[in-house]
Design a binder for this molecule. Structure first.
Ligand SMILES: NC(=O)c1ccc[n+]([C@@H]2O[C@H](COP(=O)([O-])OP(=O)(O)OC[C@H]3O[C@@H](n4cnc5c(N)ncnc54)[C@H](O)[C@@H]3O)[C@@H](O)[C@H]2O)c1
Length: 406
C-alpha cells in the first residue's frame, strides 16, 4: 500500500515541463532519463514529459507514444510557445543547437543542449552570452556531457579534488569507435561539416576534452594536432537516417569532416595530455579510456567497464603497491544511494538519468548547473585549436584560456 502514497507525494511536487527536440539516438536516451529520474531520485520538482518535437508528423507521434511524451509538435518554435514547457532539451545535430537554444532562452525556458555545444566558436560564444543573461533572470542552461555523470568518473573527480594524485603530470585519453571502417557506409549528417561542425573531433573529441578537463580540474592551454579523412567519398543515404544508421543509394558525395583526430595538449598547470578520437579503430565500439598520473598516484577508467575505477596509491610501500580495482557500486559513491545494492552495476543509460537529476536539482535550488554553456564554449575553443593546429602541420596552438567549472 506504500506505492499510492508515494505517487501522491510525487504528484504534489511542482511540475517541471520538459520539451525535447529530436527523437532518435539521443532523443531516446534523454527520454529514458526524464522518464526514470523522478522514480529513482527524490527530487524537489517532478519532471513531466510534456512534448516532443520532430519534423515528420507520423514519426514524431510514434516516438511520443514509444517514449512516453504527452504531446508531439512538428516545429520546435511551437514547442517554445507552450506554457507546459519549462525546459527545452535539444537532441538535434549541431547545426540547429545555436538557433534553438538562443530562441528557447529568449522564450524564458531553461535549456539542456547536447554536445558539442555548437558547430563553431562564434555560435558557442553567442550561446554562452545568452545563457549568462538568462541566468540573471533565473533561467539555467547546461551542456550534455553525460560521461561526467557516471559514478566512477564522478568518484575520480572527487579523488583528484581531494589531492590523492598530488600534482598532475599526465592525462591520457582515447575514444575509439569503428562504424566508419566500411567505405560503403553512407554519408549521414555526421560526415557533413555544415551539419556536424566536425567529425570524430567534435563528436568523440568533444567528450574526451570535456572529461579530461573535468577530471584534471583545469583547462587546456594549447594543443598540437593531426587530423585525417581516410575515405573522402561515400554513398548518399536513402530513406530514413540517423547519424549512425542509414541505407545507401546510387549517388555519392564528399565527406567534409575528419575521420580521426590525434592531438597532444598542455594543461594550464603544465601537465601534459594526449588524445585520440577515431571512427576507424576496427573492433573498438565505444572505447573511451582515460588515465591520470600524478606525483602521489594514478587513476584509470574504461567506459567498457564503467562500474570500475582503477586506483594506484603511489604513497604505499612499493612491496605491495599496485593498481587496485574500486568497484563503484557502494551507496556512498556518487549517485548510488538511490540505486541497487552493492555489486549490482549501472550502465550507459544511467548517465542520462543522472544528467536529468543534476539539472532538476540545480533548477530547484537556483544554482548554476555544470557543465555550463561557458564550459561548452571552452571545449569548442579546444576543438577549434585542434583544427587550426592540424591545418598548420601540428603547430602548437594556444587556446584562449577561460576557467572551467567542475
Ligand atoms: N551525449 C552523448 O553521448 C551523445 C551521443 C550521440 C550523439 N550526441 C549528440 O546528440 C545530438 C544528436 O545526435 P543523435 O545521435 O541523437 O542524432 P540522430 O541522427 O540519431 O537524431 C537527430 C534527431 O534530430 C532530428 N532533427 C534534426 N533537425 C531537426 C529540426 N530542425 N527540428 C526537429 N528535429 C530535428 C532528427 O529528425 C532526429 O530525430 C548531436 O549533437 C550529437 O553530437 C551525444
Amino acid at each position: 500500500m506504500a506505492q499510492p502514497q508515494a505517487d501522491a507525494a510525487e504528484a504534489d511536487k511542482p511540475a517541471l515541463g520538459v520539451g525535447m527536440v529530436g527523437y532518435a539516438f539521443m532523443g531516446a536516451a534523454h527520454s529514458q532519463g526524464w522518464r526514470t529520474v523522478g522514480r529513482v531520485f527524490d527530487l524537489p520538482r517532478r519532471p513531466v514529459l510534456a512534448a516532443i518535437c520532430g519534423r515528420d508528423p507520423g514519426a514524431v507521434r510514434a516516438a511520443a507514444d514509444r517514449h512516453g511524451w504527452a504531446a508531439a509538435e512538428t516545429d520546435w518554435r511551437a514547442l517554445l510557445e507552450r506554457d507546459d514547457v519549462d525546459l527545452v532539451d535539444i537532441c538535434t545535430p549541431g547545426d540547429s543547437h545555436a538557433e534553438i537554444a538562443l530562441a528557447a532562452l529568449a522564450a524564458g525556458k531553461h535549456v539542456l543542449c547536447e554536445k558539442p555545444l555548437a558547430n563553431t566558436v562564434e555560435e558557442a560564444e553567442a550561446m554562452t552570452a545568452a545563457a549568462e543573461e538568462a541566468a540573471r533572470r533565473g533561467q539555467l542552461a547546461m551542456v550534455g556531457f553525460n560521461y561526467r555523470r557516471l559514478p566512477a568518473t564522478a568518484l575520480a573527480r572527487s579523488m583528484v579534488a581531494e589531492g590523492r594524485l598530488g600534482t598532475l603530470r599526465h592525462v591520457r585519453v582515447t575514444y575509439l569507435q569503428d562504424w566508419l571502417v566500411d567505405p560503403e557506409f553512407p554519408l549521414t549528417w555526421r560526415l557533413r561539416k555544415e551539419a556536424a561542425g566536425s567529425g570524430a573531433l567534435g563528436d568523440l573529441g568533444a567528450h574526451i576534452v570535456d572529461l579530461a578537463q573535468y577530471l584534471a580540474g583545469e583547462p587546456l592551454a594549447g594543443v598540437s594536432a593531426l587530423t585525417e579523412t581516410f575515405v573522402r567519398e561515400r554513398p548518399l543515404p536513402g530513406g530514413p537516417t540517423s547519424g549512425l544508421t542509414a541505407t545507401a543509394t546510387a549517388g555519392a558525395g564528399q565527406v567534409t569532416v575528419d575521420d580521426a583526430a590525434v592531438f597532444t595538449g598542455r594543461f594550464t598547470s603544465g601537465a601534459l595530455a594526449s588524445f585520440e578520437a577515431t571512427r576507424y579503430a576496427t573492433g573498438r565500439k565505444n572505447a573511451l579510456r582515460i588515465e591520470l598520473n600524478g606525483e602521489r598516484g594514478s587513476l584509470a577508467f574504461d567506459l567498457e567497464r564503467l562500474n570500475e575505477l582503477a586506483y594506484h596509491d603511489g604513497t604505499e610501500p612499493g612491496t605491495h603497491a599496485g593498481f587496485r580495482r574500486i568497484l563503484v557500486t557502494e551507496p556512498d559513491h556518487p549517485y548510488l544511494d538511490a540505486w541497487w545494492p552493492p555489486g549490482h552495476g549501472l550502465g550507459y543509460e544511467h548517465s542520462f538519468v543522472h544528467q536529468a537529476r543534476d539539472l532538476v536539482l540545480a533548477i530547484a535550488q537556483g544554482s548554476r548547473p555544470r557543465p555550463s554553456f561557458a564550459d561548452g564554449l571552452q571545449v569548442q575553443r579546444v576543438l577549434a585549436a585542434v583544427e587550426e593546429s592540424a591545418e598548420k602541420n601540428s603547430a602548437y596552438t594556444p587556446i584562449a584560456v577561460s576557467s572551467i567549472s567542475v
